[in-house]
Design a protein around this ligand. Sequence first.
Ligand code: TXA
Ligand code: MG
Length: 318
Amino acid sequence: MLEDDILKGAELIKQGKLVTFPTETVYGLGADAKNDRAVVNIYTAKGRPTFNPLIIHVTDLEEAQKYGEFNEKALKLAEKFWPGPMTLVVKRIPNCKISYMVTSGLDTIAIRIPSHEIARKFLKACGTPVAAPSANASGRVSSTKAEHVRESLGEKAGFIIEGDKSQVGLESTIIYCAKDVPMILRPGIITLEDISAVVGEVVKYDPDKYATAIEGNKPVAPGQLKTHYSPRIPLFMNATEFPEEFAVLAFGKVSDDIHVDLNLSESGDLVEAASNLFDYMRRLDTFPFKGISVMPIPNEGIGVAINDRLKRASQNGF
Ligand code: TXA
Ligand code: MG
C-alpha cells in the first residue's frame, strides 16, 4: 500500500537511510538533511563529487525560512511558484541546522517545496528536511519513472516509494536569490518570462561569464557542468541528417521520408516534449542504435530548458 510505503520511507529517513521518492519534476534520492552521515551516503550512491551541493525539500515556506534567508524577491517567487518545480538558492541563516555536506560548504542553500502529493505526504511524515538530488547515477539521465531509478541505481536507490511518471519531466528551475538581481542557474518549466513577470529584472547564468563567478571565495553555480544527462551512446542535437544506424528522436510534424523512432510531441507541444525527454532518451539509448539524432527544438519558453539538457547530453551542443 502506498500510504504504508510513505510511512515506512519516512521511518527509514529518520534512521539515516536513503529513500527514493517521486516528485513532479523527477524522482529524488533522499536523506535526512541534518544528518551528515546519511547525506554522505547520497554522494556515494550517485558517485557524485562532493563539491556539488544538494537541494533540501521542505513542506512549506515557514519551514524553508528556518534554514534560508529570503529577501523580498525570493519571498515573491516563493509565494508565486511554491509548491512547484522551482528551487531557490538563498543565504543560509546563521546557525542553520542543515549539514554542510548538503551545501558543500557554501554559505547558500538550495530549497524546494514540491507539489507532488506523495512527496508532500512523505516530507510531512519525515518531519525533517530531506536533501535529494535526482535519483540517477551522477552525470547520467535523470529518472522520471521508478523503473528508471532501478535501472540507474539498483540497490543504491535505497527504499523506493513508487509513484507515477513525473509530470514535468525536467528538473526544477533553479534561481539564485542571494543577491539583489535573481539569476537563473538552471532553466526549467518555470521560464525566464514567468520569473520576470514576478520580480522584474532577471539574469541568465552564462557559463562563459559566470563559470568563475565567486561569492566570498565560493563558486556560485558549482553544478552547471558542461557534460551531464549523458546517454551511453552519442547524442546529437539540432540534427538535420539522420544516419541509418542512429535512432531518430523527433519533435513536431516530420516529413514521411524520415524514419522516426520516437516523437517528443507530434503536435509540437513543448510541455509534452519536456515530460517525455528523459524517458525517450533512455529508451533510445540501447542496442542496436549507434547514436541518437534529436531534431531541433524551438529555443523559446520551455524549449530553453529542453535545449539546456540536450546541450549537456550531446556531442555538439557546446
Ligand atoms: O527537480 C529537482 O530539482 C530535483 C528534484 C529531486 O527535486 N532535484 C535535482 O537535484 O535536480 P540535483 O542534485 O540533480 O540538482 C541540483 C542542482 C545542482 O546542479 C547543484 O549544483 C545545484 O542544484 N545547487 C544546489 N545547491 C546549490 C547552491 N547552494 N548554490 C548553487 N547551486 C546549488
Ligand atoms: Mg541531477
